[in-house]
Design a protein around this ligand. Structure first.
Ligand code: SF4
Length: 457
């Protein structure tokens, strides 16, 4: 999962500050690195660095650059690992001109394409799947850039929401399955592309619409031109986990409010259970909170913000000593004193992956005085890895793949454990099952037939 943002001003107004702010709003989608790219005097220019947006980029420097088109990226490492050269945007100046690219998703045939190109002389600068797109374009030196890009898209498969920057043109493309979100916005004479609509709010832009699966948008001084590419009617596979966990709750994805979906996931949990009279419902911040609120409202039981999150502990938090490791979940999440004392705690979380956090959560809530701890998970059991842009472990490390729910409940030390079903997940999101990817829950991956791409360039 990464965040991408692009801007094109038809009036020539500088946009790099907008891109910087847009990346700030998308920081939850990646904290490993941040970068921006723009074109000037026929060349692509890139600034990027490790860490959060404000560490990686200097806002005062960007403000002085008068580029009227630019793209940006915040990275969460999946394909290619954490090497610094894999941070994005990636850029090149090749026979047809400058190009820079920002990508959210994972290409499922990147290894095959890379070895095909390497056997024909390509020298890769990174181990990132995204570079295959630039290499595919560069291997068509006599083809105009837009056409070369469309040809490249016909050869790649998997999940890709992309923003491409050419000399005087911004291009957005979303894979035919619509795995990752991508939206179009506008403010005055400037068009914006972003992973999530929350990035438009920060700059005062209006959300116009989603980029459709299998659509290319070409944005230049004439406005926005839409083209279709790829298979005519593939099965849609919007990532269900975006609604459960990844996206910000103030975003609207494919016409559906993430906030409403999360509350409805909690309501689904409530419909399948009987809440004890002396219970108190709390969510694991942040992604479990709205589902907990939905559960409490539906079951008409009290909701409390019973777990407090330390916002200054990042994902890259290192646990150097045994004592710090043992403090574990308490460093990040701490129960409110007195809230759970003598009560049955109903704790809502978005998912259970390896089971370690869930186990520590149960013991922490119990030590805060709860007489029973009921864990409620606002998604089905995660049993399969994701190949579409999320760094989930293999099935061997996914605890729900190794044991049944009853044993898992015992393993984490809870008094009860409830999940929702795949059909409840789809109905809470408000999309039919055949328009959602649920592969990490049910193993229903994109098959070879849907995948089929020719490698010939
Ligand atoms: S496998 Fe899971 S996380 Fe990955 S795209 Fe599908 S639903 Fe989303």
């Amino acid at each position: 999962m990464c965040g991408i943002f692009g801007a094109y001003s038809a009036s020539g107004a500088p946009v790099l500050e907008d891109v910087y702010l847009g990346l700030f709003a998308l920081q939850h989608r990646g904290q490993l690195s941040a970068g921006v790219a723009w074109t000037q005097d026929g060349s692509v220019h890139i600034k990027k660095g490790p860490g959060l947006v404000h560490d990686a980029l200097q806002q005062d420097e960007l403000e002085k650059i008068k580029a009227h088109a630019a793209i940006g990226h915040v990275r969460y490492a999946t394909a290619g690992g954490t090497r610094p050269e894999n941070s994005q945007p990636l850029g090149a100046n090749y026979a047809q001109g400058p190009v820079a690219i920002a990508h959210n998703g994972n290409l499922t045939n990147a290894v095959a394409i890379s070895s095909y190109l390497a056997n024909r002389g390509a020298i890769f600068q990174t181990t990132c799947d995204t570079e295959t797109i630039i290499q595919l374009m560069a291997h068509q030196p006599n083809t105009v850039q837009l056409e070369a890009f469309e040809n490249a898209l016909s050869r790649i498969s998997g999940a890709y929401s992309l923003i491409l920057l050419l000399e005087d043109c911004l291009i957005a493309a979303r894979d035919p399955w619509g795995f990752r979100p991508l939206v179009l916005g506008k403010k005055e004479e400037t068009y914006y592309i972003a992973s999530e609509s929350c990035a438009f709010d920060i700059i005062g832009a209006e959300l116009l619409r989603d980029v459709e699966p299998g659509e290319i948008l070409i944005i230049d001084r004439r406005g926005v031109i839409s083209r279709r590419f790829g298979k005519q009617q593939p099965r849609l596979r919007h990532c269900a986990f975006e609604y459960v966990y990844f996206a910000r709750p103030d975003s609207v994805i494919d016409g559906r409010s993430v906030y409403r979906a999360r509350k409805e996931l909690g309501a689904c949990l409530a419909r399948g259970m009987e809440c004890p009279k002396d219970c108190v419902v709390s969510g694991m911040p942040d992604s479990g909170t709205l589902a907990a609120l939905g559960l409490a409202e539906e079951a008409e039981v009290p909701f409390e913000a019973g777990v407090v999150r330390n916002r200054y502990v990042g994902r890259t938090f290192i646990q150097p000593t045994q004592r710090v490791r043992e403090a574990g979940v308490r460093i990040k999440l701490n129960p409110q004193p007195g809230i759970f004392n003598g009560k049955e705690a109903v704790i809502v979380d978005d998912s259970i992956v390896r089971g370690t956090t869930a186990g520590r959560t149960v013991s922490t809530i119990r030590s805060a005085g709860a007489k029973k701890v009921h864990m409620c998970i606002a998604s089905p059991p995660v049993r399969y890895p994701c190949y579409y842009g999320i760094d989930t472990p293999s099935s061997d490390e996914l605890i729900a793949a190794q044991t049944d729910i009853e044993s898992l409940c015992g393993d984490i030390g809870a008094d009860s454990l409830r999940y929702i079903s795949c059909s409840e997940l789809c109905s809470a999101i408000g999309l039919p099952h055949d328009q959602l990817c649920t592969a990490c829950f049910d193993g229903d991956y994109l098959d070879d037939e849907e995948n089929g791409c020719s490698l010939e360039v």
